[in-house]
Design a protein around this ligand. Structure first.
Ligand code: NDP
Length: 476
């Protein structure tokens, strides 16, 4: 037994993760269901470090130092269960199995329970950053026991991305916490991408600007508060010219956005927990709408369009309005995502430190951004902050842009430009800050048809009105 860490599942992600471990000086046991992938890793990259290839699971496990640390990087779902079942007969007390794939957190809770009962540690770990991140330094979100993190953590921290010398990897919480946080990360990624797409569309329709011109605006934005990986690649994509047609690349791509399911999981969980994650939900539905061809086919050219053309006269002011509206909407989407983490943390007893999550997202992952520093600072100021928007920095930053936000959302509505994420974020903002909501009327209706009772603004207790009788009020 010579290897300090093992990786089984050597498709793009596992292969690069194994190389990352090796490049950082670890002796890496490697295994894949079909041996060809294991061999090709050694042939192509064997000189990058020390690999111990095995064809059988038994040899693979035997090549690991105890307590063994096995990273499973296979297709999420049944494949993960199959691999765990194959490993089990060879593992011993205290060994650590890390699922670094994109598992759904309830599966992780189930697997953690099963492995704990057998004296093993199961670490469900979010890994973000795609293929390149896996090789050069991903953002890593491991769950499981603190005990397992004591020996596993330093290795994961070593291979993770670093920002200002700080690893983008930290212990998240028990059982499903790591995969949960990764799921919300992906949900926020959906919202962020949708907001950027809406900003692009606003600039396109409001200014009649070309993709290249809008690309320059995004490049400029990337030097300020909005600086992030997604804004940076947006500028790159918009500047790209299709070599076959000479047209802007974005203009030849079919306008249908696909999804693999993590956005859907996030929204489903938001509904389960009763947390309004409207930015993520709108972003997920916007992808569904883009791909829902029968509806689009039936509606295109049929439904009445806006009648007034958008005639922007002050270009610079408009661009600044869109920028401020984008920033404000983005703060809402992140604020909602962190609310969801807080709610799940309370529900499942995970005790997740939200500031630490923002810190590990600063590098390596798709939503890496300058303003995550501000989020970490906000939660450092107040660990129990009920609402990110209520942190003084964000309250002020959003207030500074709120008039722009209203101009953009109302202009978009007037001129028929769909901005589901911008609009719903503003509606959330106005809803959450309102002195009084029309929910009073809803509760009154509920009492009317279902005797669901209501509370009063002026007295303690629950009441019911005899709606079909003399309409007198009864204590409930
Ligand atoms: P895939 O999801 O395409 O999975 C392929 C790997 O799974 C191969 O090694 C394959 O082995 C193995 N496998 C499939 N079924 C079984 C089985 N029944 N028993 C044993 N092994 C099996 O690989 P990726 O590298 O793209 O992703 C790996 C994981 O990482 C996934 O969970 C994915 O969601 C996650 N992830 C992916 C990211 C990405 O950017 N691609 C980013 C972050 C996470 P074989 O070669 O024998 O077929």
């Amino acid at each position: 037994a010579t290897a300090q860490i093992g990786v089984t599942g050597l498709a793009v992600m596992g292969r690069n993760l194994a190389r990352n471990f090796a490049r950082n000086g670890y002796t890496v046991a490697i295994h894949n269901r079909s041996y060809a992938k294991t061999q090709s890793l050694v042939e192509d990259h064997g000189d990058e470090g020390t690999f111990v290839p095995s064809e059988s699971v038994a040899d693979f496990v035997a090549s690991l130092e105890r307590p063994r640390k096995v990273v499973v990087m296979v297709k999420a779902g049944a494949a993960t269960d199959a691999v765990i079942d194959e490993l089990l007969p060879f593992l011993e007390d205290g060994d650590i199995v890390v699922d670094a794939g994109n598992a759904h957190f309830p599966d992780t809770i189930r697997r953690e329970n099963a492995l704990r009962a057998r004296g093993l540690h199961f670490v469900g770990s979010g890994v973000s950053g795609g293929e390149e991140g896996a090789l050069l330094g991903p953002s890593i979100m491991p769950g499981g026991t603190r005990e397992s993190y004591a020996s596993l953590g330093p290795i994961l921290e070593k291979i993770s991305a670093k920002v200002d010398g700080v690893p983008c990897c930290t212990y998240v919480g028990p059982d499903g916490a790591g995969h949960f946080v990764k799921m919300v990360h992906n949900g926020i990624e959906y919202a962020d991408m949708q907001l950027i797409a809406e900003a692009y569309d606003l600039l396109k329709q409001g200014l009649g600007a070309s993709a290249a011109q809008i690309g320059e605006i995004f490049a400029e934005w990337n030097t300020g508060d909005l600086e992030s990986f997604l804004i940076e690649i947006t500028a790159d994509v918009l500047a790209h010219v299709d070599p076959q047609t000479g047209a802007a690349f974005v203009d030849v791509v079919l306008d249908q956005a696909e999804q693999k399911g993590t956005g859907r999981w996030t929204v489903q969980n938001g509904l389960d927990l009763g947390v309004p994650i409207t930015g993520i939900a709108e972003a997920t539905f916007a992808r569904a709408l883009s791909g829902g061809s029968p509806q689009r086919e039936a509606a295109r050219g049929t439904l009445a369009a806006a009648t007034t053309p958008w005639d922007v006269t002050d270009r610079d002011a408009f661009v600044e309005d869109v920028r401020l509206a984008l920033f404000a909407s983005k703060v809402v989407a992140y604020s909602q995502g962190f609310d969801q983490i807080a709610a799940a943390s309370a529900e499942f007893g995970w005790d997740i430190d939200r500031g630490a999550m923002a810190r590990v997202w600063r590098g390596g992952c798709i939503i890496r951004a300058r303003f995550l520093n501000r989020i970490t600072e906000a939660y450092e100021r107040d660990q129990d902050l009920p609402l990110l928007l209520a942190d003084p920095y964000f309250t002020e930053a959003v207030a500074a842009g709120v008039e722009s936000w209203r101009r953009i959302v109302s202009g978009a509505a007037l001129h028929g430009v769909p901005t589901p994420a911008f609009s719903s974020s503003l509606a959330y903002y106005d809803g959450v800050r309102a002195d009084r909501l029309p929910a009073a009327l809803i509760q009154a209706q509920r009492d009317f048809f279902g005797a669901h009772t209501y509370r009063r603004t002026d007295r303690e207790g629950s009441f019911h009105t005899l709606w079909s009788g003399d309409r007198s009020e009864q204590p409930a």
